[in-house]
Design a protein around this ligand. Structure first.
Ligand code: IPM
Ligand code: MG
Length: 380
């Protein structure tokens, strides 16, 4: 293999992506569409079970809109690890074509194969979907009112080590390279979204997280561009932290509640948001919005838990993460009031009142019971 040629191809591909980003249009206005198509992707493992409950909740909340034809649900099957491994693709072509016919997506977890397990080592469906649909912002809110924690993470979602995660090179048995990509337009768009969010929500502080003291070219660029964007928001204080000390500060009881909005490159965002979600009660409680200018996808941040299915326990899986993702979806497409109804029902059912508890086993409630409980609280 000619490595220099392979590298040249990668560079050209990324330069083309930069040009495309520069010519990108504004965000789609969902309410201006004649019809909003919501795709529902069950995924695999516990995905189909928990996503079906979230689908049911959204369908109830949007019943009038579905009746009038303003909203249509579209179930998309086939994004399973079996099909993906058989097709040798992160997302089979026919599934991707169906996905692209939708405006927004609600997605269950999808199994990510890793080297050495029983599946073909295809790219993660999450990562592929984020890249295919250019879902550049991964927005992950974490709230723990009793600890005075109210954080919003803006994780860049298409670059960093993920951009070419499946295009690394084994030069020989002893030498391997992966490539880390950071671009100016890619950083600018995530930074703008974070600062706009901060401004709209009256946040006083935005924190940029990198390791720019060591990873100088890419993190250096990320930090510079975020700071430049920050200059356009004079009322907001900007600070920057290195990822190592940031992970420590999230568990520093004296400091952590001072943080509000974070901007991070992809991999640091992946790691830090799991830590943050753990403080809220675990990754099973967190929802995540993957936002692009044309499409948006909403999902749980946890995995597909295949063992629960093997042991026949998928009916006991907690659907509240995907239901929370559904609330984020409602807000994103312009149904803020319904989103608020769902958020407060979730808060009541999973935190304050908590009449039912879920253990993932027959001694706890089923996902269906949890969904019914939440629906009853929304008044639907
Ligand atoms: C997440 C997940 C994914 C990621 C995996 C499944 C590829 O951990 O959404 O945080 O690393 O982004
Ligand atoms: Mg993760």
């Amino acid at each position: 293999m000619d490595y220099l040629k392979a590298f040249e191809a990668i560079v050209l591909q990324q330069l083309a992506r930069v040009e495309k980003m520069k010519s990108d249009t504004d965000f789609i206005n969902y309410q201006a569409l004649d019809k909003i198509i919501i795709g529902v992707i069950g995924g695999d493992g516990i995905g189909p079970a928990i996503t079906a409950h979230a689908h049911r909740v959204l369908a109830q909340l949007l019943a009038d809109e579905v009746k009038s034809g303003k909203v249509q649900f579209k179930t998309i099957d086939g994004c399973t690890i079996e099909n993906r491994a058989a097709a040798g693709k992160a997302i089979p072509d026919d599934v991707l074509a169906e996905i692209k016919k939708c405006n927004v997506l609600l997605k269950g977890p999808t199994t990510t194969p890793r080297k050495g397990d029983k599946w073909a080592n295809v790219e993660s469906a999450n990562v592929a979907m984020r890249k295919e649909l250019d879902l550049f912002a991964n927005v992950r809110p974490v709230k723990v009112p009793e600890l005075n924690i109210d954080w919003a993470f803006f994780r860049e979602n298409t670059e960093c080590l993920y951009a070419l995660g499946s295009q690394g090179v084994n030069i020989n048995d002893e030498l391997a390279f992966d490539f880390r990509v950071i671009t100016s337009p890619g950083t600018e768009r995530i930074a703008k979204l974070a600062f706009e969010y901060a401004k709209a929500n009256n946040k006083k502080r935005v924190t940029i997280v990198t390791k720019a003291n060591v990873v100088k070219a890419t993190d250096g660029k990320f930090l510079d561009i975020c700071k430049q964007v920050g200059e356009e928001y004079p009322g907001i204080e900007v600070d920057d932290w290195y990822i190592d000390i940031m992970t420590a500060k999230l568990i520093d009881e004296k400091r952590r509640s001072q943080f509000e909005v974070f901007i991070l490159p992809n991999l640091y965002g992946d790691i830090l948001t799991d830590e943050a979600a753990e403080l809220q009660g675990g990754v099973g409680t967190a929802g995540s919005a993957n936002i692009g200018k044309r499409y948006a996808m909403f999902e749980a941040i946890h995995g597909s838990a295949p063992r629960m299915v093997e042991e026949g326990r998928d009916i006991y899986a907690d659907p509240s993460s995907v239901i929370r993702a559904g609330a984020m979806l409602l807000s994103h497409i312009g149904y803020q009031e319904k989103a608020d109804q769902l958020y407060s029902a979730l808060e009541k059912c999973t935190v304050t009142e908590k009449k039912l508890s879920i253990t993932g086993r027959p001694d706890g409630s089923t996902g269906a019971q949890i969904a019914d409980y939440i629906l009853a609280e929304t008044g639907k």
